[in-house]
Ligand binder design. Structure first.
Ligand code: ZN
Length: 271
């Protein structure tokens, strides 16, 4: 399938996908909204285009502007395709996660370097007809963006972890105690949205970075009570401020010329 980006004159090279707690980037100016249709249906929300401290960026709310789409029903294909269609090459994806380890503390921002997929029934690929592609996800995130955002977070004295293995579950329910115990052996943080978002971006040769905000400890860790959705929102609001600051400082520093491996993800991936 070919991405048709001739349809729209409005373009942006960098996009932010907002997750739980981040529904807008109010600091932008000249904001326009764009309705983009894709062969996979409509994205979760209108795409907003605006100037963010000198850089034109696109913003998409993963769960819809009013948070009405649960993680297992997000149209990840339409979201990623729509961004590619308006010319986006680099995606910064924000999400909320639970911690599986004591040293990954609520309020911290984590830059995952690996994921484990425990989802069950999602649309995992754009290439379901015609040519068969097996992309590599050995290193599923853009190395350039990971390094840049980590360095800038350090400069801003934001509590940040440079690495984490993210286990993605189907949801919308949280884990049982037994599941949580098992996951802790393999992963550091747990969420519901990274898969298939990250791999779909790779299939379109886009750079993809995940910025995860830890909102709480998963069930059974420490003395914490089981996950509580209200508490999640409270911690999220605090960390959202740090995260927006990080985006504000870092986005203008992103090089538009790409020399990372993301841009050649389909080379050698076809059968
Ligand atoms: Zn990249």
């Amino acid at each position: 399938m070919k991405i048709n980006n001739a349809k729209t004159k409005e373009t942006a090279k960098i996009a932010v996908i907002g997750g739980s707690g981040i529904y807008d980037l109010n600091e932008r100016s000249n904001v326009k909204t764009l309705k983009v249709d894709t062969p996979f249906g409509s994205p979760s929300s209108l795409i907003e285009l605006g100037d963010f401290f000198g850089e034109k960026i696109a913003f998409l709310a993963r769960h819809g502007k009013k948070h009405i789409i649960p993680p297992h029903l997000v149209n990840y294909q339409a979201n990623i395709w729509a961004l590619a269609q308006i010319g986006v090459k680099r995606i910064i994806s924000v999400c909320a996660v639970g911690s599986l380890k004591e040293n990954y503390k609520p309020g911290e921002i984590v830059i995952p370097d690996q994921f484990i997929d425990f989802t069950k029934k999602r649309n995992y690929s754009f290439y379901n007809k015609g040519r068969v592609f097996h992309i590599s996800t050995a290193d599923p995130f853009c190395p350039y963006l990971r390094k840049l955002f980590y360095q800038e977070a350090k400069k801003l004295k934001i509590l940040v972890k440079a690495r984490a293995t993210y286990i993605c579950i189907e949801g919308p329910r949280f884990s049982t105690r037994a599941e949580s115990k098992m996951f802790r052996n393999f992963a550091d943080i747990i969420g519901m949205t990274l898969v298939p978002e990250a791999q779909l971006a790779r299939e379109l040769e886009l750079c993809y970075l995940s910025l995860a905000i830890i909102t709480d400890y998963d069930v059974g860790l420490g003395k914490e009570k089981p996950v509580d959705a209200q508490k999640v929102l409270k911690t999220m609001a605090k960390s959202a401020k740090n995260l927006k600051n990080l985006l504000k400082e870092t986005i203008p520093k992103i090089k538009l010329e790409r020399d990372c491996f993301c841009k050649n993800a389909l080379e050698n991936a076809a059968l």
